[in-house]
Ligand binder design. Structure first.
Ligand code: UDP
Length: 328
């Protein structure tokens, strides 16, 4: 299949592009490299450095490619930044997706897989989270992802778009063969921050909140490995019917607390990793983990990395060998 991939130089996108190329698909990556890395793009794929806001370039690229499907990863994805810059987030995430859909509809491209988020649930009424729980996001980032889900639903009904929204929980880990990994600047995510302490690049990890109503007082998350995300994107695109909107939670079903994660990271790295309690980070729900039953049943997907130790081992392999990320 000829597949157009926005944001294919980013963290999740780049792992999925490798998966698509391994699966024999022809991939064109469209990425403005604002947060992505040229080095992360599979050499078997074609890279066009472009912005979704550049509708002329988008139009020309989609017109010339005979694409059957689109995978749409390109987005701004920092919750705290979205609170500071909501208009930028709505422009970059929602308006640019609107442009993408307009060009797709013009060229009759009717299959899309979209990176949605568990952030669309906000503070869920219970865990594990099922797809039918109310979507009441608590920050602009989550609201942009939910708005896009509605764009996709309405497009499915109106012009036959077939779209799957994959609501990721916490993407984690690195390619098991060490080819690519996680490299954000600045880095806000827990796992790379913990591993930077192990590398001696920072002194300690701050645990944001130890007074949550969870078993050990720290926040609980569901860390889903990028290799498993890559697999599920392949399945989603290959099974996508036109004219239908589908949405799935993509997580392992295992909740891991911040304290537990730091402890396992100490064992995996052999480093002490000092940790200190810090105030809660605004807007952090205490406990988020998926009920992945629906996607496992409907798409036949099974996450391979259900043990946080194995997730951390792949992440550590990447960070140890790329202490300065892609510029190492
Ligand atoms: N976290 C933390 N210290 C850090 C970074 C993150 O305690 O330096 C916590 C954060 O409060 C959350 C969990 O780790 O409960 C995962 O945070 P991350 O930013 O990786 O992902 P998020 O769940 O916000 O998407």
């Amino acid at each position: 299949m000829n597949i157009f991939v926005t944001g294919g130089a980013g963290y999740v996108g780049s792992h999925c592009v490798y998966g698509l190329c391994d699966g024999g698909h022809h991939v064109l990556v469209y990425d403005n490299l604002s947060v992505g890395h040229r080095e992360a793009v599979d050499p078997r794929a074609t890279l066009i450095v472009g912005d979704l806001a550049d509708v002329d370039l988008l139009e020309r690229t989609l017109a010339g490619g005979d694409f059957e499907a689109v995978m749409h990863f390109a987005a701004s994805a920092e919750v705290a930044e979205s609170v500071q810059r909501p208009l930028f987030y709505y422009r970059n995430n929602v308006a640019n997706t609107l442009s993408l859909l307009e060009v797709m509809s013009k060229h009759g491209i009717k299959k899309l897989v979209f990176s949605s988020s568990c952030a669309t649930y906000g503070m869920p009424p219970a865990v594990p989270i099922t797809e039918d729980m109310p979507q009441t996001p608590i920050n602009p980032y989550g609201r942009t992802k939910l708005a896009i889900e509605w764009l996709l639903r309405d497009s499915a009904a109106a012009w036959g778009l077939g779209a799957t929204a994959l609501r990721y929980f916490n993407a984690a880990g690195a390619a098991p063969d060490g080819r690519i990994g996680e490299d954000h600047d600045p880095e806000s995510h827990l796992i790379p921050r913990v591993l930077k302490v192990a590398l001696g690049q920072s002194d300690q990890i701050k645990i944001f909140g130890i007074d949550y109503p969870t078993a050990d007082g720290s926040c609980v998350r569901d860390y889903v490995h990028v290799a498993d995300l890559s697999n599920v994107h392949g399945i989603a695109i290959e099974t996508q019917p036109v004219g239908q909107f589908r949405c799935y939670n993509v997580g392992t079903g295992q909740g891991v607390s911040v304290k537990e994660l730091v402890e396992v990271a100490r064992e995996v790295t052999g480093h002490e990793i000092p940790a200190s309690p810090s105030p809660r980070r605004e807007g952090d729900p205490p406990e988020l983990y998926a009920d992945p039953t629906f996607i496992c049943t409907e798409l036949g997907w099974q996450p391979e990395y259900t043990d946080i130790r194995r997730v951390l081992e792949t992440a550590w392999q990447w960070h140890r060998t790329h202490p300065r990320g892609y510029s190492s």
